[in-house]
Design a protein around this ligand. Sequence first.
Ligand SMILES: [Zn+2]
Length: 207
Amino acid sequence: MAHKLESISPGASAGGVVSNAEAEEAFRTVLRWIGEDPDRDGLRDTPHRLVRAFREYFSGYEEDPAQVLRKTFSEVDGYDEIIVLRGVTFESHCEHHIAPIIGRVWVGYLPDKRVVGISKLARVVEIFSKRLQLQERLTAQIANTIDDVLKPRGVAVVVKAAHHCMISRGIHKRGSDLVTSRMLGAFRDQPATRAEFLSLVNDGSSE
Ligand SMILES: [Zn+2]
């Protein structure tokens, strides 16, 4: 499953091939463990459904985000303003509890020679979010990949997300979200460039 992953994807190469049947059996075990009967009508297909759901939640292990960006860049012919993808939604899962992390990402970069279609940036967000994550690592991976492949003059990524492991268990902080950011190049070195990006992040993002 995890064959063509980069060094920035920790844990992605561990483990051998596990069949769907083995994964379903493991979910049956968990159902028994919580006190359920996995053979009762309502639950009989649940392990199968869970396996299909997990395939979707974690489909990002099978794709290489750098490849997505590499395929489609083009020469920009002097365009040198900030390009920003605003508030793209994502669903990920925290690696500590496999609980949902639901949030939005703002991606900005200052192109040098290469640009990509905005949908490719959204694909990068999608691929990294469909893995077990920490929000901090998700933020860094998106920024670093864009930096590595497009070699822009700067990259800025802000992630705002709610962690269901915080909402539904432990400290029960409903309504709070976590904000992380990574600024590279011009966004780190030039306050005016960073401020321009952050004004785009904060404009219209109140929810
Ligand atoms: Zn968690």
